[in-house]
Design a protein around this ligand. Sequence first.
Ligand code: PEP
Ligand code: MG
Length: 537
Amino acid sequence: MKQGQGLPVFPGVAIGPAVVYRKSERIQPVSCGNPEIEQKKFDDARETARQQLQNLYDKAVAELGEEKGAIIEVQMLMLDDLDYLEAVAASISDGAAAATAALDCGEEFAQVFAALDDEYMKARSADIRDLSQRIYDILCGNTGFQLPEGSFLLVAEDLAPSETIQLPRERILAFITRQGSSSSHTAILARTLNIPSLVQSDIALDDAENCTVLAVDGFTGKWYADPDEQTMAMLKAKQAEAAADRAALEAYRGKESITKSGKKVLLCANIGCPEDAEAAVAADAEGVGLMRSEFLYLGRDTLPTEDELFEAYKKVAQIMGDRPVVIRTLDIGADKQVSYMGLEHEENPALGLRGLRICLTREEIFRPQLRAIYRASAFGNLSIMFPMVASVWELKKAKALCAEIQQELIREGVPAKEVPIGVMVETPAAAVLAHELAKEAAFFSVGTNDLTQYTLAVDRQNAKLGEFYDPYHPALMALLAHIAKSANEAGIWAGICGELGADPKLTETFVKMGYTELSMAPGRILGTRKLVCESEV
Ligand code: PEP
Ligand code: MG
């Protein structure tokens, strides 16, 4: 038996086979020195890309109809674009590696298309980037996920959101990563899935790969490879105890979340995709306090269409019925990257073009999303929330676009309800200006994961900074109190949807501060309700 330690991010015990995910080693594209060979490599990769696209096309047509297949057909046509092929050939004969030529020429063409006036042609720039990235990946051997059948514990160096989105969630018993932090997206996903998980673990990928049974104790943060009999008995006992604790919390199902002195708190779920809304209902959530829309954009090759987004939001609205649903608009950027949007490499992405900033500068991305939300508004109780707001003008500009889109839909004869528009308070600027923003916002929901990172200037992704990432820091508590006070004075509600919202040590403090909504992983709801109901506040 081998054993070690990690930082637990969700309690529980998991036992099963291990699957190790290794990122495909990125081969640096270097020319072999012979342009003819490089050209042949490019030609072969182009044929592989054609085959991949054909498969994708067949799948899209079979599952979604001809219209969806057309998006892929466009890329197949681009594979034969003479201008692109000539540019690549010229670059290769000038000494470039096939992969570099494919990617760089794709980027040049994408920029030319993006500068055109015609909206259709503009939109094709994403297709060109996507296609050249595909050829690049083929040439560099980037193959993505390959997982076996059955349930397993997933072990990895680290997992990006674009990687976790491709996972068969129902088959994962636990995550163990060597990197990551307690507010990283792997940790957030583990909590959403209710599975015990460790980040910053000392497990060697080879040890995980070579063991028959791997076990994780999400209470202590320990992992065991091929546990001995005694350890196995201890883990099984803990598993049974955890099941009994969960069963005891069932007494709070269907109860109102109200303190002894009568303060009502809405306990909502954080979700990433429409299927999570079912988990939210099963967990007795009183609403959805945060739908992380960007998960609809991750793990795919093209932008989702307005119709695809509409179907996703409509499904959530219908599943939740009368219960409120807060949809956060796209929060791409920083750790959540998508290649097809063609966002430039940034030295400091956490402070870069992300969240609402992308939406305000790339209206062609924002509009379809807003139209989809307004169209779905007729099917439930939806609100919109903007991430990464730092200034009042950003909120005003985004709200103006919402009003324009609502009117546009009404003119088209599409029912579009009045949708409350709120602010995700996650920059220190928004927190300090809460009293000003409260004049324009219908509600606040505090993103404590980012608010901690930006207030303390500590990268939430950096495992080495763990002791400095202190969500209980007095500066943060002062901001949280100010946000709630500003909201209360303006007569709007304030909630917390960052990971701190489910922290049992702070539930009472938040209620005292004046927060009336807490949004969290579905599995945390009944436990938090118990705390609220037992609170004297
Ligand atoms: C947050 O920042 O607290 C938050 C809820 O958003 P995300 O974790 O998706 O950045
Ligand atoms: Mg955030």
